[in-house]
Design a protein around this ligand. Sequence first.
Ligand SMILES: C[S@@+](CC[C@H](N)C(=O)[O-])C[C@H]1O[C@@H](n2cnc3c(N)ncnc32)[C@H](O)[C@@H]1O
Length: 190
Amino acid sequence: VTAHIDTAGFEARYRDEGDPWGYETSDYEREKYAATLAACGTGPFERALELGASIGVFSALLAPRCRSLETIDAAPTAVAAARGRLAGRSGVSVREGEIPSALRAGPYDLVVASEILYYLEPAALDATLDALRTRMAPGGRLVAVHWRPPGPERPFDADQVHARLMACEWLSPVFSGDHPEYRLDVLVRA
Ligand SMILES: C[S@@+](CC[C@H](N)C(=O)[O-])C[C@H]1O[C@@H](n2cnc3c(N)ncnc32)[C@H](O)[C@@H]1O
C-alpha cells in the first residue's frame, strides 16, 4: 500500500478545502512565487507551459510575461478555480489533464515545474522528462522549484528530483537558488 497522493487525492483535497496549501495566503508561497518569477526572467516568452498549476495563483503572476501561457493540472476543481482567476487574460489557456500523457507538442521557451515533479511515480517522471526534451525549444528555460522536506505523500524528495534534472545531458544548469525551504534551479535546453 502506498501513501503517495495521486490525482484523485489532489482532487479530493481541492474539493474539501479549496486552497489546501494556502497558495493565496501563505508567506512561504508568496516568497517562493516571487523567487520563481525572478528565476523565469522578464521574457517575454513566446510559449510558456506551467505544470501542475493548481488554482492558478502563480499563473496570474507569470501571464503578463508570456505571449502565450498554457497551464495543466489533473484536478478538475483546481482547474475550474484557475479558469475563474485567469478569465479574460489574453493568451492564457488552462487545461485539465494528466502529466505526461496530456502534454501538447510545444515548442516551449519556458517550462515551470513548481512542486509537481516529486509527486510523479518513477515511470511518469521518466516519461515527463523525456517529453520535455522533445517539447522544449533550444535555449528554452526550465524553472524547477520543490519544497525540501521529504514526505510520505511523494515518491521523490526535492534533491532527488533536482539531481535527475541535473543529470539530463540535454539540460544545462544556469542558476541555483539558495533557500532553506525549497530547491530552485534553472536549466536551459541545449
Ligand atoms: C502541490 S501542488 C503545486 C501547485 C503549484 N504549482 C505551486 O507550486 O504552487 C501540485 C499540483 O500538481 C497537480 N498534479 C499532481 N500530479 C499531476 C499529474 N500527474 N498531472 C497533472 N497534474 C498533477 C495536483 O493536482 C496539484 O494541483
